[in-house]
Write a protein that binds this ligand. Structure first.
Ligand code: ATP
Ligand code: MG
Length: 646
């Protein structure tokens, strides 16, 4: 397998695509050459109550720092996602809901029904005292009510903060306190992989330390028993029965806050990323339509959770603004069997599937059988997001689930960027497995060295963005100084992504991982993603995480945590084989000093490996592992510490 494989745009894609190769080049040039003219045109893709006359107004410099897009425009996000579709496609399905239990009934909600649900939810919130500008925390499972609640907030101009339904009471409390929420929306229980999650009980504990919370709205989902505090808690279905299904959308300024979302916490204390109304919606909807080549009537499934930004932009706002049919799945991809994800594809005839490398690696582990036992004939495009996708997983995704006919759209972006920033256009960009390829319209990228020197041509360094784009975050909630400090102080006048990146001779971008994760062995800098990709390319390895640790001679040594495929046993022979393997795949400089076989890796709830913790374990500094509350399974850490390799 070569990382430099090129998969050309299939002829039928080039012929029917919304954006072909020539059009991409021309539009990209326009978007940077005359950005205000470009965004004047594309800003009109959404409905404005009062059209904007000013397009952009921003500076990344400390003296006049600020970011505004479409600033004098007035709009409402829920009206864009609902009302404007009623006449043309009111009976089209907006949301298909696939329950955790494969034997339970799916739900299909038309745009007309969704409109009524959202209005009712908005009226319930109003009756509970919610006003424009209030912060409302949403702690729900992956049920349609999560989308109703988000859209209801936007309808009345309240700012939502969605907290992933698997977080602990402490994580909820921290996020509620940070933005002073007055209302929490939750459910009795969630269901994931057949297991119940005590959502309401978690909220009860969290609220003890959250004096700002006045009301708790409880959606009945499993019917499980919960405690209700009189005067504070009420059932959603009871309140909804008494309100009207009509709620006029609140006119919002383009720069009024839309939502706060706390980042996944891979690198430290979560930040309250704030997105605003107009620019975000333009960015989410435009990227959704063009990168996924979305066409009316297609079934689109983003298998993320609404608790992280991918769910905001690509389950709810992007697709619904585009009048798409978006599938929401309550459960986990490999339950009750590793075929589940493909069974859901077949059941609902999904055309476009968007998931994460971590999911793909866990499915690859089980072999091709669980995939090939399903049809998947409906699929025509596959997407990925969240981490660098190693070429091995990319090629598997393309060859096995996609049967070689579906383009793989690898989208690089961040909570901070609102929606995709680097990604191939399916009808325009030749694919290279492992590369997110080329920037989206309006995205001006540079690669710089540690001192900020701009590196030209084929090179490797730190990835920065030199111009603002409509979907950019506007501040860290309550801490504007931290916003500037975190993103704009490292390289003057530029947005620093925190990610390392290589650009090849064809101008393709390859994210090498977070800059914090770069290791320096005897003066050679390398991204952890590269070593991990080499390990995962071995037939017996399912997943790998690589970190540096202090080494007397080399400065830093390489410590690799390796998870084996189902049925493989750890052994000293295999350890030597893997060391040899990496030496031949990359070179002697990348030789792992230590390999620790581990059945699991510490991952955030969004499936990302928390290398911060692995670094501490590798260094032998296990007394203070920092904030581990955002981990999916904190017990993994204990087992890693106990089995630390010396
Ligand atoms: P925190 O910022 O709190 O540490 P996080 O960075 O994991 O958390 P996200 O905003 O969800 O939170 O993730 C963005 C990061 O994920 C990017 O900066 C990048 O490191 C990685 N990433 C996302 N998509 C891709 C991709 N397609 N290829 C490579 N890396 C990706
Ligand atoms: Mg980040």
């Amino acid at each position: 397998m070569s990382a430099e494989t090129v998969i050309p745009v299939p002829a039928e894609w080039a012929a029917r695509a919304k954006v072909d190769t020539a059009r991409y080049a021309e539009m990209y040039r326009q978007s940077l050459g005359a950005p205000d003219a470009f965004w004047l045109e594309h800003g009109r893709r959404i409905d404005w109550i009062k059209p904007f006359t000013k397009v952009s107004n921003w500076s990344f410099d400390e003296a006049d720092f600020g970011i505004k897009w479409f600033e004098d425009g007035v709009l409402n996000v829920s009206a864009n996602c609902l009302d404007r579709h009623l006449e043309s496609r009111g009976d089209d399905i907006a949301i298909i809901w696939e329950p955790d239990d494969p034997k339970a009934e799916p739900r299909r909600i038309s745009y007309r029904e969704l409109h009524a649900e959202v209005c009712r939810f908005a009226n319930v919130l109003k009756a509970a005292g919610a006003k424009k500008g209030d912060r409302i925390t949403i702690y729900l499972p992956m049920i349609p009510e999560a989308a109703f609640a988000m859209l209801a907030c936007t309808r009345i101009g309240a700012i939502h903060s969605v907290v992933f339904g698997g977080f602990s009471p402490d994580s909820i409390a921290g996020r509620v306190q940070d933005c002073d929420s007055n209302i929490i929306i939750t459910a009795d229980e969630g269901l994931r992989g057949g297991r119940k999650v005590a959502l309401k009980a978690n909220v009860d504990v969290a609220v003890e330390s959250c004096p700002s919370v006045k009301k708790v709205v409880v959606v009945r989902h499993t019917g499980g028993e919960v405690a209700m505090t009189a005067g504070r808690d009420f059932w959603y279905h009871e309140a909804a029965a008494g309100v009207s299904a009509d709620c006029p959308p609140e006119p919002m300024g383009a720069e009024d806050p839309l939502f706060i979302l706390y980042t996944s916490g891979s690198t430290g204390k979560p930040k309250g990323v704030l997105h605003t109304t107009g620019g975000y919606l333009v960015w989410a909807s435009l990227t959704h339509e063009l990168l996924f080549d979305y066409r009316r009537g297609e079934i689109y499934w983003c298998a993320a959770d609404v608790g992280w930004v991918t769910g905001h932009s690509y389950i709810v706002y992007g697709p619904l603004a585009n009048g798409a049919t978006t599938l929401m799945y309550e459960g986990v991809p490999n339950w009750p069997t590793p075929s589940r994800i493909w069974e859901v594809v077949d059941r609902h005839q999904v055309n476009i599937l968007y998931t994460a490398p971590t999911v793909l690696r866990s499915l690859m582990r089980e072999g091709d059988g669980p995939v090939t036992s399903t049809s998947r004939k409906s699929l025509r495009l596959l997407g990925t997001v969240g981490e660098p996708i190693n070429p091995e997983a990319w090629l598997w995704y393309h060859r096995v689930p996609g049967e070689g006919r579906c383009p793989i759209i690898d989208t690089w972006w961040q909570t901070e960027t609102g929606a995709a920033m680097i990604a191939p256009f399916p009808g325009a960009t030749d694919l290279k497995p492992g590369s997110a390829t080329k920037p989206f319209f309006g995205v001006a990228l540079e690669i710089v060295d540690a001192d900020g020197k701009v590196l030209e041509g084929a090179t490797e360094g730190n990835l920065v963005v030199t111009r603002s784009w409509p979907g950019q975050m506007r501040t860290v909630w309550g801490d504007h100084a931290r916003f500037f400090q975190t993103y704009f102080s490292t390289y003057k006048g530029k947005y620093f992504t925190g990610d390392g990146c290589r650009r090849d001779a064809d101008g393709y971008f390859w994210i090498t991982g977070r800059v914090d994760d770069v290791i320096n062995v005897s003066g050679h800098r390398m991204g952890t993603a590269e070593v991990e990709s080499a390990l995962v390319a071995h037939a017996k390895v399912a997943e790998a995480a690589v970190v540096g640790f202090p080494h007397d001679i080399k400065g830093q040594g390489i410590y690799a945590y390796v998870t084996l495929n189902a049925g493989e046993e750890p052994s000293d022979d295999l350890r030597s084989e893997l060391v040899k393997w990496v030496r031949t795949e990359i070179g002697p400089i990348a030789t792992p000093d230590t390999i620790q076989f581990s059945p699991g890796l510490p991952k955030t709830r969004s499936g990302k490996i928390m290398r911060r913790i692995l670094r501490k374990i590798a260094e032998g500094d296990t007394s203070n592992l920092g904030d581990t509350t955002t981990l999916a399974d904190p017990s993994v850490v204990d087992s890693l510490v106990a089995n630390r390799a010396r």
